[in-house]
Design a protein around this ligand. Structure first.
Ligand SMILES: [Zn+2]
Length: 405
């Protein structure tokens, strides 16, 4: 029996409870409520212990410069190398679980789960589901539609699948499930990183979205949607989607509807900063920066609107391109808009609920022993979350995956 006890740390358990000086026992990969005074001791004096962080919106499959990746200028070998590097940096930043909202194929999840690649626990939707030419399509206008799927690298990367009608969407989501998806993501409005649409556009009809919801429900899972405007969000909620990504222009009536139907929101502030300050670093053209102007302020308003309405609010970075090492920026940004404790709870307990995981997210007996020891107290200085150098020790399911001591 593997057993050890973390002593000396200030424990912030992820439930929202006040920090406490506690000894925490880990037994066989889980937190345990047993007398462990004789167990091996892990001295964490002066450090702060939090649950392993969860990022509910990642794109491991977009770890290379984006436009070169989708114009056949980067080899499958390099795409794989970039994906695996990003998976490792997520752990280094203290993230022990991520939800991939589009871009990897099932093989990446398997490679990490088998321990062949360093990385967090990954839940994946496989390719994003988009309507023909909608958000999620990065090909040229003149590229024949049927060539788009040739950008997929089976088992490794698959950004999106395009559907021209409900039947095609049903075929595509079944294909995504066949290739390892455990939930679905549909793009129901235009996007920032798009060439062909506007943020005010809606995409897919209520009837079409309902087809994906039906297929997801049949497998005991759910649909989340990329959505910036309230019309698109309403379409998705009416069709039965259970989560909304971004939510930039969420208005009060729509937030009330989300709360009433138990639909969660995952705002994504880090990617907005990334596109404002380093568009070129993502491998996207300068015009993308123009598309993101104003989004930061509107998304902050939407967060406040959602909060007042009582919507369950998770946390996602949505970082894209090669620079994904500072995933905790999302907590720093959210701490500034809410409080450091709110940001932490969103990134742990609430995200676990949104992902449908009952055994991570909180430091409590029986849960998987995913935790981070921080150098200092990130509740006093949330900037600590943003710099991976402060995640001194990262433990996933009782196993040390990063140790800077
Ligand atoms: Zn995204």
């Amino acid at each position: 029996m593997e057993r050890f006890q973390v002593v000396g740390a200030t424990v912030v358990d992820g439930s929202g409870r006040d920090p406490a000086a506690l000894a925490v026992t880990v037994e066989d990969g889980r937190f345990a409520d047993v007398d462990a005074s004789s167990a091996e001791r892990l001295d964490a004096t002066g450090l702060t212990m939090t649950p392993g962080l969860i990022d509910a919106h990642v794109h491991l499959g977009l770890s290379s410069p984006i436009e070169p990746q989708f114009s056949f200028r980067i080899s499958a070998a390099e795409i794989a190398a970039d994906i695996f590097a990003t998976a490792g940096t997520a752990l280094d930043a203290g993230f022990t679980t991520v939800r991939d909202t589009g871009g990897i194929d099932g093989g990446v999840v398997t490679a990490i789960a088998k321990g062949k690649v360093r990385g967090p626990r990954v839940l994946s939707c496989g390719p994003v589901q988009c309507q023909t030419g909608g958000h999620g399509y990065y090909g040229a206008e003149w590229e024949p539609t049927e060539l788009w799927s040739s950008h997929h690298v089976p088992g490794l990367a698959a950004l999106s699948m395009m559907a021209g009608n409900a039947d095609e969407l049903r075929r595509n989501v079944r294909e995504a499930f066949r290739r390892g998806a455990t939930f679905l993501k549909l793009c129901v409005t235009g996007g920032v990183v798009s060439h062909h649409d506007r943020l005010t556009d809606t995409q897919f009809t209520v009837e079409e979205i309902a087809v994906a919801v039906q297929e997801a429900s049949a497998r005991g899972t759910y649909v989340t949607v990329h959505a910036h405007n309230s019309e698109g969000i309403r379409n998705a909620v009416e069709a039965g989607a259970l989560c909304v990504e971004h939510g930039t222009d969420l208005d009060e009536p729509t937030a009330a509807l989300m709360a009433e139907r138990g639909v969660a929101l995952v705002p994504t502030f880090a990617v907005v900063e990334q596109l404002l300050h380093d568009t070129a670093g993502t491998g996207l053209g300068e015009e993308t920066r123009g598309r993101v102007l104003g989004v930061r302020e509107r998304m902050a308003t939407a967060l406040a609107v959602a909060k007042v309405a009582g919507v369950r609010i998770g946390l996602g970075s949505d970082l894209i391109g090669p620079a994904q090492a500072r995933r905790g920026e999302e907590l720093r940004l959210r701490a500034g808009l809410e409080s450091p404790m709110d940001a932490l709870v969103a990134a742990t307990k609430t995200n676990a609920e949104i992902l449908g995981l009952t055994d991570v997210g909180v430091i409590a007996p029986g849960r998987q022993a995913d935790f981070v020891l921080w150098n200092g107290n990130p509740l006093e200085d949330p900037a600590l979350f943003a710099d991976p150098a402060n995640a001194v020790l990262v433990v996933q399911a009782g196993r040390v995956v990063k140790d800077l001591r």
